[in-house]
Design a protein around this ligand. Structure first.
Ligand code: NAP
Length: 322
């Protein structure tokens, strides 16, 4: 049997023939594709042409760009919620489905619960949240609370936040999964000093997903964790592909290299996101975005093609030389 990592490398679809290269794709049909007009006046192919990858434990396809919401805990005021509603609406219009939140992100869950209900898109979303309690009873209460704050009867993905309480939390999540109230379970981290423990939990527990930090600036996950996820057939959510936004400060106003166009990158955000989701083990990235024009920009990374292994190496050496 083909190793999982090789099988997974082929489990992505861009809504067109995967073997078609960018030029053929452009020549063959850009004119015929449905287009979504972005806030900046540019247009990209519509949601049906988005790049998707498979969740290995089920084969379900998910768009390679999701939404991180650790800055959605803004409270009640309409002034602070309006831009988030606009960003979420555009995310949905452009074909996005997976939204990642957590009880730890202040009021993010309840703000999202309200916005999702107002826009009326719960059934089209893949809702992921987390637990961080140290015993089973508290974990169950926290998950129950999240059903209320997020205004949902069930979750698509429940994750242990930063491994906190994983030993007692995972059995509770499995019970909910058996009852049909959780579809997938996983663990998260964004700290290199947790990687050793993270790997040990991955080896010990059966998981559908992991979530980990991985970017051109922080590549350590590629040493052991990403190859292990590929071997085990575990889906990978990439968090902090922009290093929390700091990478943009590092690249400043330096121009993108011309060859970035070869794999359809027209901004630094797309360059960074395509590097992350271009890893064969990665399933999707969840950039934090509270601004509509960032959603537009980042969805450019879900179109065209992803960089090859060689091109990703080129991205690394270019980035290191900046
Ligand atoms: N251990 C964990 O479980 C864990 C840890 C960290 C993060 N996470 C998850 O991962 C998500 C992403 O992490 P993060 O938000 O900390 O870091 P990030 O995605 O690396 O960076 C987000 C920052 O980049 C900015 N940005 C987004 N798109 C941009 C663009 N096209 N051009 C310029 N700037 C852009 C955002 O601005 P705006 O907000 O203004 O749009 C925000 O300031 C979180 O929201 C959370 O869901 C999980």
């Amino acid at each position: 049997m083909q190793p999982l990592c090789q099988r997974r490398a082929h489990q992505y679809s861009a809504g067109h023939n995967d073997d078609m290269d960018r030029r053929e794709f452009t020549k063959a049909g850009m004119g015929a594709l449905s287009m979504a007009v972005l806030g900046n006046g540019n247009a990209v192919a519509g949601p049906e042409h988005i790049i998707r990858k498979a969740i290995p434990s089920s084969g379900e396809m998910v768009p390679v760009i999701g939404l991180g919401t650790n800055r959605y805990g803004v409270g009640e005021s309409e002034a602070s919620r309006a831009p988030l509603r606009a960003a979420l609406k555009r995310f949905h219009e452009l074909g996005g489905t997976l939204i990642d939140t957590a009880p730890q992100y202040r009021t993010s869950e309840s703000v999202l619960g309200d916005l999702i209900a107002e826009i009326g898109i719960r059934d089209n979303l893949f809702v992921a949240t987390k637990t961080d309690k140290s015993n089973a009873a508290d974990t169950a209460v926290q998950m129950q609370n999240s059903t209320q704050t997020l205004q949902t009867e069930s979750f698509d993905l429940m994750q242990v936040h930063n491994l906190r309480g994983w030993k007692t939390a995972l059995p509770v999540m499995r019970e909910w999964k058996q009852d049909g109230r959780v579809r997938y379970i996983g663990i998260t981290t964004s700290r290199v000093n947790q990687y050793k423990d993270f790997e040990a939990v991955m080896r010990e527990q059966e998981l559908d997903f992991i979530q980990i930090d991985f970017s051109l600036k922080q590549r350590e996950a590629a040493d052991r964790i990403l190859p292990l996820a590929a071997d085990q057939g575990v889906a990978v959510i990439i968090n902090r592909a922009f290093g929390g936004g700091r990478i943009f400060k590092a690249v400043g106003d330096k121009p993108l290299p011309d060859w970035a166009k070869d794999f359809d990158c027209h901004s630094w955000a797309q360059f960074l996101l395509k590097y992350a989701v271009g890893h064969p083990a990665a399933t999707l990235a969840i950039p934090g975005m509270t601004k509509l024009h960032h959603v537009d920009d980042n969805f450019g990374a879900a179109h065209g093609r992803l960089p090859s292994t060689e091109e990703r190496k080129h991205q690394e050496s270019f980035f290191d030389s900046l």
